[in-house]
Design a protein around this ligand. Structure first.
Ligand SMILES: Nc1ncnc2c1ncn2[C@@H]1O[C@H](COP(=O)(O)OP(=O)(O)O)[C@@H](O)[C@H]1O
Ligand SMILES: [Mg+2]
Length: 293
């Protein structure tokens, strides 16, 4: 009995008191002590699991606050950069294309400067999508429209690389509350990444699949590809602004963080779905119209 109670006292729960099963006082006592030890052990286990879950949730909160802060910083920087960039791009073109200026030998360099400035402008533009103040036009919409629009915009790339593109769309999907333009941006980023991933993977049967279904409360989109997927080391970073594993010039590292910001604004979630085998699946959940809190 003492050993069992000591086990409870220092939370090791190693021993249980031997019982005679004779029903005498000692046996009853042993039974009570043993079941107390069982119960306390169970509670301690539950508490530990809850504490772990709490720590994870706190970690996620810190992470999303960091993302939001980084997003605001990036949007501020982008805003400041826009003006000087426009000056560089337009003055370069002005000098280059002005017949009265003898550009001659520098023509090629000037063209490169103009192109670099335009590339920077594109990056700056996508960073500015972070700006939440941007006129948001929320309305109740068919959940499929934004995805179809994104797929249409990427159609030439998808065809050029001969990537089979499969749709699996449930019938009679309920409407979602969304800003279609911004939502389309999300799917352009997600499908764009899927295209990049399938192209980069060593040749195997290429495939991208878009599935849309509804749960009781949400419309769920999943965009899957059979590229190389996201490695365990990179997984915690993919939603960070400027995180990219693509060659410089190909990736800005902003696609997923912009998409994440937009989906949060819609009261939804954007996640990487772990799965076995090749490839990646990203899922978007949007609350059904009328159910958004
Ligand atoms: N479908 C995918 N398959 C594999 N890796 C992906 C996929 N989508 C995103 N990633 C990873 O996440 C990173 C960040 O994506 P993103 O924010 O869109 O930036 P970018 O596409 O410019 O690199 C990518 O560089 C890539 O490493
Ligand atoms: Mg991308």
């Amino acid at each position: 009995l003492t050993q069992t109670l000591l086990g409870v006292a220092n939370a090791t729960f190693e021993t249980r008191a031997p019982r005679s099963f004779g029903g005498d006082d000692w046996d009853v006592l042993a039974f009570l002590v043993n079941s107390t030890a069982d119960e306390v052990q169970l509670l301690v286990g539950e508490l530990e699991a809850e504490r772990e879950e709490l720590q994870l949730a706190q970690g996620r909160l810190v992470q999303s606050e960091k993302l939001a802060a980084l997003g605001r910083l990036a949007a501020g920087v982008a805003h400041e950069m826009n003006q000087p960039l426009t000056v560089i791009a337009s003055l370069t073109d002005l000098v280059r294309l002005d017949p009265s200026k003898s550009v001659g030998a520098c023509e090629e360099e000037l063209a490169m400067i103009a192109e670099a400035a335009r590339q920077l402008s594109r990056i700056v533009d996508s960073i500015r999508t972070f700006g939440r103040s941007g006129r948001s036009r929320m309305g109740s919409v068919d959940p499929v429209v934004a995805v179809r629009g994104a797929a249409q915009l990427l159609a030439t790339r998808i065809q050029d690389h001969q990537i089979p593109f499969e749709w699996s769309v449930e019938e009679d999907l309920p409407e979602v509350v969304a800003d279609v333009d911004r939502l389309r941006q999300v799917f352009i980023n997600l499908i764009g990444n899927a295209v990049d991933a399938t192209i980069a993977a060593p040749y195997r049967e290429r495939r991208i699949e878009v599935a849309i279904s509804a749960s009781e409360t949400h419309v769920v989109y999943s965009i899957s590809d059979n590229g190389n997927g996201v490695s365990v080391e990179n997984l915690p970073r993919v939603f960070e602004p400027f995180f990219s594993t693509k060659p410089v010039g190909d990736g800005t590292g902003l696609g997923l963080s912009v998409a994440h910001g937009i989906i949060i604004d819609h009261g939804g979630t954007l996640q990487y779905e772990p799965r076995s085998g090749w490839g990646a699946t990203f899922s978007v959940c949007l609350p059904i119209h009328g159910l958004r809190q």
